[in-house]
Each structure stands twice: as C-alpha cells, then as structure tokens.
Design a binder for this molecule. Structure first.
Ligand code: DCP
Ligand code: CA
Ligand code: CA
Length: 358
C-alpha cells in the first residue's frame, strides 16, 4: 500500500491552530526579497477550490483569494519533520517492509501479514488510517494494489481521507481510462510526446507497440511505460540507502507499567528487528525504545555502545534495561511499545573492527 498524508504542511497548521480550519490556508516559502515574494508550498483543500496550487507564486495565490478571508503562514520545516518521523514509525509498525518516499508518503509491503488477501489489506489500511488519526490527529489517503505503481495511482484517486483498493483482476479496468500523467515518471514533456503519438490514456499506452515506445523513449523509459501501463511492476518495497535505523512498534495487550508485560512484546519486536538486521547484513551501535503512553504522549530512551554488534541477546537485554528504568519513573501507563536500532554498519566492517583487538 501507498500511504500519503493529505495537504500535509497545511493540515499540520490546521491541527496546531484549529480556528483556521474552515478558511483557506496557504503555507508559503517566503524568499524575503519583498514582503510577498516566494512560492506556495501547499494549501488546504478550501484554498485549492480557489485555484491555489503548490509551486505557485504567493502573489498569485493572494490574487485568487483576494475576496476571501484566508490564512497565509510561513513553512516550519523542523516541526513538520518531527511529526513526519512519528507518523513513519506508525506506518513502519504496520509493514513487513517499508519504504519512505519524501516527507509525507511511504510504501508498505503487507503481503506477508495479510497472506495476500485484499480484504485483510483493506482492513489493515483502515487501521493505519485510524492510528494516524488518533495518534497524530491527521488524515491520509491510502491506495492498495498488487504492486507499487498501482498502489500509488490508487492513493491519488480519492483525496483527502481516501481509501482505494485495486485487486489484481481490477488493475486493467482501473488504469485504462486514466490520463498518462497519472503514472509516476510521466511529466509534462513525456505526456506531450505521447499525445503526439495519439496516446492520451493509460489504456492507449498499454495497447501501444513496445518496439515503437523503445524507439521513441529509449530502453528503460520505453519498457517502463509499457509495463506500468499494463499494471506490471516488480519493484520491491525497500528501505532507502544505508537506512538510518530499523524499528518496530506494537500495541500492548493492556495499558501497563509492568515490565513483564512489556517484555513479552518487546522480545518479539527485538526478534523482528534482529531478523531484518541479519537479512540486510548489518550490525547496530545504538538501541532505542519508544513508548506511546495512555495519554498518547510519546517517550523515547536510548543507549549507544562503544562498537557495533549484531547480538540478539545484547539487543534484548538493553531494551529490557531501558524499559525497566523508564517504567519505574513513569506515572502514566504505556499503550504501545517500540524498539529501534540505529548506527547501522555493514557486518564486515564490524568484524574488521573486532578482529583488530585480537
Ligand atoms: N511540497 C512543497 N512544494 C511542492 C510540493 C510539495 O513544499 N511543490 C511540500 C508541502 C506538502 C508536502 O511537500 O504538504 C507533501 O507534498 P504532496 O505532493 O504530498 O502534497 P500535499 O500533501 O500538500 O497535498 P495532497 O493532499 O495532494 O497530498
Ligand atoms: Ca500528501
Ligand atoms: Ca506526497
């Protein structure tokens, strides 16, 4: 599934100050040259009804909204990033593997945990939406499909607060009537060139001769256009680059301050995190815990070692130790608990460092 937060920066601003909620809200990157120079970062859906769009000059947005009482605010990146990080934790906790794309969207591979059942995936998507709404007070739109290309287009179809499921047998019918620019990677230029070939919809593209696409767009884009328009995509969902961290979070059976209860859950999370670590051939240097409390506040603690390790028992022990101390000090009961390892390095490097001591 692809999860994308709705009008992200503007929705955060609405949440911060609910009194602006029923007005057009425009979040701006002011360049500082003159009072109104700069561009629109994003706008809420009320402002969009007046034609305000991301990337538009602030002056133009003001013109479109000149007869309406509206709210213009400067971007507050650090704050949006902090909220994004917390949401990504929630999303990651609901995926077999996870790939964040930009500040407000992510792909979740849920094939294993749903056994490939689209009804279960639909229920999981509802759960994700309600977790994000309850814990962060924000809405998102989700697309569920047999692969990333389809999930992405599905997520864009109904916004805000949408949920669109496209089952394998529905892919062709779903895609065929949409304009080609719905495909990621098809911008204005490619769309214009396709139009020149008489290709306007994804259905037109799916039926177009592959050889001729390759002649026009080269091997890689040509093949992509052919496959994507036919709903074919084998790109795996994977963490980007040398992922900064691996984490898992889960809801406890009951709200608690009891170390025995949390350990039951965190032991399992440690195992999952460790499996992922081993799969990717990595070692970790830091261990962190996170707890979402009964009052929905979020607490974290962490510990960093001298050198990297990939030992599951070290991970378990450290998590237990961190929770023991944390729970003893806490007054509010924990509702969800999470485990995170970071400072990740390739195993070989870790080995090299170790052997240096012998
Ligand atoms: N953004 C930006 N400048 C752009 C596009 C986006 O600064 N030209 C920022 C602001 C957005 C955020 O990135 O809130 C996410 O971009 P999206 O394209 O996902 O747009 P929104 O989340 O704002 O709206 P939507 O509800 O259409 O997803
Ligand atoms: Ca978005
Ligand atoms: Ca986005």
């Amino acid at each position: 599934m692809l999860v994308d937060l709705d009008y992200f920066y503007a929705q955060i601003e609405e949440r911060r100050n609910p009194s602006i909620r029923d007005k057009p809200v425009v979040v701006c990157v002011y360049s500082g040259r003159t009072e109104d120079s700069g561009v629109v970062s994003t706008a809420n859906y009320i402002a969009r009804r007046y034609g305000v769009r991301s990337g538009m000059p602030i002056v133009l947005a003001k013109k479109r909204l000149k007869d309406v009482e509206s709210v213009f605010l400067p971007v507050d990146h650090d704050y949006y990033r902090e909220i994004s990080d917390r949401i990504m934790m929630i999303l990651r906790g609901n995926a077999d593997s996870f790939e964040q794309v930009g500040i407000d969207e992510a792909y979740l591979d849920v094939s294993q945990r749903t056994g490939g059942d689209f009804e279960k995936a639909a229920a999981l998507a509802q759960l994700v939406k309600s977790e994000v709404r309850v814990q962060e007070g924000l809405t998102c739109s989700i697309g569920v499909g047999p692969n990333k290309v389809v999930a992405k287009i599905a997520a864009d179809i109904r916004k805000p607060d949408g949920l669109t499921i496209v089952r394998p047998e529905e892919v062709k019918g779903f895609l065929s009537k949409l304009p080609v620019n719905r495909l990621i990677g098809v911008g204005k230029k490619t769309a214009e060139r396709l139009e020149g070939l008489g290709v306007r919809t994804i259905g037109d593209l799916a039926g177009y001769d592959l050889q001729r696409l390759i002649e026009c767009f080269g091997n890689s884009l040509g093949a992509y256009l052919h496959n994507a328009s036919n709903g074919i995509d084998d790109e795996p969902v994977q963490e980007r680059g040398e992922a900064e961290s691996i984490s898992r979070i889960a809801t406890l059976k009951e709200d608690t301050l009891d170390l025995g209860v949390t350990t039951q859950t965190t032991d399992r999370l440690c195992q999952e995190v460790h499996e992922r670590l081993v799969q990717r051939g990595l070692s970790f240097k830091s261990v962190g815990i996170v707890a979402v409390m009964k009052d929905l506040s979020i607490r974290t603690r962490s510990k960093t070692f001298e050198g990297p390790t990939d030992d599951l028992e070290v991970l378990r022990g450290t998590v237990k130790e961190l929770f023991e101390k944390f729970l003893a000090e806490s007054k509010v009961e924990a509702r969800r608990v999470g485990v995170r390892i970071s400072g990740l390095v390739k195993e070989k490097e870790a080995q090299k460092r170790l052997t240096r001591f012998f």
